[in-house]
Design a protein around this ligand. Structure first.
Ligand SMILES: Nc1nc2c(c(=O)[nH]1)N[C@H]1C(S)=C(S)[C@@H](COP(=O)(O)OP(=O)(O)OC[C@H]3O[C@@H](n4cnc5c(=O)[nH]c(N)nc54)[C@H](O)[C@@H]3O)O[C@H]1N2
Ligand SMILES: Nc1nc2c(c(=O)[nH]1)N[C@H]1C(S)=C(S)[C@@H](COP(=O)(O)OP(=O)(O)OC[C@H]3O[C@@H](n4cnc5c(=O)[nH]c(N)nc54)[C@H](O)[C@@H]3O)O[C@H]1N2
Ligand code: SF4
Ligand SMILES: [Mo]
Length: 669
């Protein structure tokens, strides 16, 4: 039993707040850590109550092997032997590329992600696949194709923030605190979102844009910047500017605005607010990523950003960790899944595009995939088209799942291995990605560890696959010590730090040129041109495969975040369910009344891909032509309403927002 509060890092979401954990033996208490350099004592509702998840009696405790008679408990050693022998047999019969190593959001994106990729590539499979197939990378691509990275805001300095298709008040509550501070200092806020979100309610101006039309609005703002304010890039480091300006001249301002449903007066007020308060910072979210045309829409916002703060030249900060042994000489690998459809995604991330794995499993396209290890992810709930995912995953010769709970994905597996959570794991996190040169250490802090830490699964699996030279360490402490040598930070310093973080030295990149390969800002993208895409972010690249019509008259957004849940997680924990909300679809009261739908009525929502029965909630926060719902529910699964047929042709991202849909009251039989 340990009653001292131990500093570590919360890993539920990507904010990685500093927390203090006290374990009384039967209860885990979590509070914010005031000494953490980024979170400074903040902890959100999910982080605070996590002890209930840790101690949940529904946690998986023993590995389970599926037998015709049901699940059989086996030892961890036997589970790892079975896993390795199945993967080796599959490689022998079908080639290493027939095995997908999938890492979900549960394992986050830093050190453990590197280990997972190392395991896959070391084994010879190009098909390391991650949740990056539908999370965040579309915006990274949109920004990096334009100016080499994502701009990080300096909240002390920016005069105006434009938040576009994101709801940081819920999705990044720690960062949102910094934004609120800037608002109190006088920074202006423009929110562009069809819904009146908690973030939008704090905005100086909120443009309730028609879903799916953001590219047109960005173009209208560019035209305003050029034609009304006479702005242009301030130096010679640009590619294609003049041609871009010429193309925009051919478009009428009224036509562009007409697409967006933003009235000219509101547009003028928003545009004036932006350009009267420079420097500005634009950030985008899933509202722009989850759709065909997403990367080009994001590029349109990035082109605009280049005029809002030309001094902010995005540069990547990363701790200089020692490379993983052997990562410079992996065996020969075939191209990953998606290399021919989305080459900029697969080469940029050096991984497969998971939105295309169903074709590989079901149709052998581009080659058969026969086995999968799913770690820290639940694609049966979080990937588009649950039905197709189910068909594909059950078709595999072998599926192993590494998780804390018996998820719907785990239920389909042949082998389930219990993982330990972030209170029993050791892992490094680099805050460089958000522009802060700090390393943080997550470490085991409870007296009641359950399951295996992720590093142990990877190292033990690696050894059994004959990859000892890639994982030469006896444990993760040894591995981290080796990785850290050269950063100026030691493992002991991290362990002794009251904030569980240490600052590292890094080379500040030069600020003259943009951080693209040729130092230029790419209004015309050569990379897009070379891959057969339209090089400029112009209206023809924003249009959706189809729009709303009489049959599907509403724009449905699936997956809007709510404070108490992390994707499909915590639904089995009463504390979190009481914090709510329950599964529901929001509809404007006037639209609902016109359809005879009362508050809390059971309704059927349908799209071209499927239908869901769910309770309706009247909400003036959504547009009259829109519906919104959360994702993550096994029943009322938002991904019964999404499909795999249409995706963004650059990133491969699926269509989960602005999906044409219908809603009807459920008539009892
Ligand atoms: N509590 C909680 N926090 C989370 C998560 C969680 O599951 N729970 N998940 C985390 C993860 S992995 C991620 S990737 C982030 C995502 O964080 P965000 O990108 O902030 O995601 P959302 O909350 O879905 O916000 C998307 C917004 O886009 C709007 N939108 C929908 N369609 C359109 C459109 O056509 N145009 C425009 N302009 N807007 C549109 C929606 O109304 C919504 O407000 O959240 C993270 N934070
Ligand atoms: N319709 C729709 N679908 C979406 C989205 C949307 O907006 N709309 N958002 C998409 C986005 S942005 C994302 S990021 C994905 C997320 O998709 P997933 O990665 O599937 O997210 P989770 O449901 O959080 O699943 C994480 C799993 O990891 C497990 N886990 C947590 N911590 C650990 C650990 O330490 N070790 C192990 N072994 N397991 C752990 C949890 O129990 C959980 O089952 O969802 C996507 N799906
Ligand atoms: S915002 Fe909440 S869930 Fe995310 S890291 Fe911080 S405490 Fe954890
Ligand atoms: Mo995500």
């Amino acid at each position: 039993m340990q009653t001292r509060a131990v500093p570590t890092i919360c890993k539920i979401c990507d904010e990685h707040c500093g927390i203090l954990v006290t374990d009384s033996g039967h209860e885990v208490m979590i509070e914010g850590n005031g000494t953490h350099p980024l979170s400074r004592g903040f902890v959100c509702v999910k982080g605070k109550h996590y002890g209930h998840v840790h101690h949940s009696d529904q946690r998986l405790k023993k590995p389970l092997l599926k037998r015709p008679s049901g699940w059989e408990e086996i030892s961890f050693e036997d589970a790892l032997d079975i896993l390795a022998s199945k993967l080796l047999r599959c490689r022998e019969e079908f080639g290493a590329e027939s095995i997908v190593f999938y890492k979900g959001e549960g394992l986050k994106h830093f050190e453990i992600a590197q280990y997972m990729r190392h395991l896959a590539n070391g084994f010879g499979s190009p098909n390391y696949v991650s949740v990056g197939s539908l999370c965040h990378y579309s915006q990274v691509l949109g920004h990096s194709l334009t100016y080499g990275g994502k701009p990080v805001p300096d909240f002390e300095k920016i005069g105006v923030a434009v938040i576009w298709g994101a709801n940081p008040a819920i999705s990044v509550p720690r960062t949102f605190g910094d934004l609120r501070k800037a608002l109190r200092r006088g920074m202006k806020l423009l929110v562009i979102d069809p819904a009146s979100t908690r973030t939008a309610k704090l905005a100086d101006i909120h443009l309730r844009i028609r879903p799916g039309s953001d590219g047109y609005l960005a173009t209208a703002l560019m035209k305003y910047a050029i034609e009304d304010r006479g702005l242009s890039p301030t130096d010679e480091y640009e590619e294609g500017w003049e041609e871009f300006v010429e193309s925009m001249k051919r478009m009428s301002h009224d036509d562009l605005l007409g697409e967006t449903d933003v009235d000219p007066v509101s547009f003028k007020a928003a545009a004036s607010m932006i350009f009267d308060n420079l420097p500005g910072w634009t950030t985008v979210g899933l509202g722009l990523e989850h759709r065909p045309g997403g990367v080009q829409t994001i590029r349109a916002t990035a082109c605009l950003q280049s005029l809002l703060d030309p001094e902010n030249r995005p540069a990547h900060i990363a701790a200089p960790l020692k490379p993983l042994p052997g990562s410079d000489r992996y065996p020969h690998m075939n191209a990953p899944i998606g290399a021919s459809e989305t080459p900029l995604f697969t080469s940029g991330r050096r991984e497969g595009q998971g939105m295309l794995w169903d074709r590989a499993i079901m149709d052998g396209d581009p080659y058969p995939v026969r086995a999968m290890l799913v770690a820290g992810g639940n694609p049966m709930v979080t990937f588009p088209s649950r039905q197709r995912q189910g068909e594909a995953l059950t078709r595999l010769d072998f599926l192993a799942v590494f998780d804390l709970f018996m998820t719907p994905t785990a239920q389909l597996a042949h082998l389930v291995i219990p993982g330990s959570d972030h209170l029993d794991n050791t892992e490094l996190h680099d805050y460089g990605r958000v522009g802060r040169p700090y390393l943080g250490l997550m470490r085991p802090v409870t007296s009641s560890p359950v399951g295996w830490p992720t590093w142990k699964l990877v190292f033990e699996c690696g050894r059994r696959l004959g990859l000892e030279s890639l994982f030469p360490w006896k444990d993760n402490r040894e591995a981290l010590a080796a990785r850290l040598s050269g950063t100026g930070v030691t493992l002991e310093e991290l362990e002794d730090s009251p904030s569980a973080t240490c600052q590292y030295a890094y080379e500040r990149p030069g600020s003259k040129e943009w951080h693209t390969k040729d130092g230029k800002i790419h209004y015309r993208s050569i990379a897009l041109q070379e891959t057969g895409n339209t090089p400029f972010p112009l209206p023809e690249t924003f249009s959706l495969p189809y729009n709303t019509d009489d049959n599907f008259p509403f724009w449905l957004s699936t997956g809007d975040r709510v404070s108490a849940f992390q994707h499909g997680q915590f639904r089995e924990i009463p504390t979190y369910c009481n914090l709510g909300p329950q599964a529901m679809v929001e509809i404007h009261p006037d639209a609902a009344r016109a359809l005879g739908i009362d508050h809390q009525d059971l309704v059927v929502v349908s799209t071209r891909y499927g239908r869901v029965e769910i309770h309706a909630e009247h909400s003036p926060d959504v547009r009259q032509d829109s519906l919104r719902m959360t994702h993550g529910w096994e029943e009322a699964n938002a991904n019964d309403l999404t499909g795999l047929e249409h995706f963004d042709r650059i990133s491969g991202f699926p269509w989960l927002r602005c999906v044409p849909a219908r809603i009807e009251r459920k008539i009892s039989p």
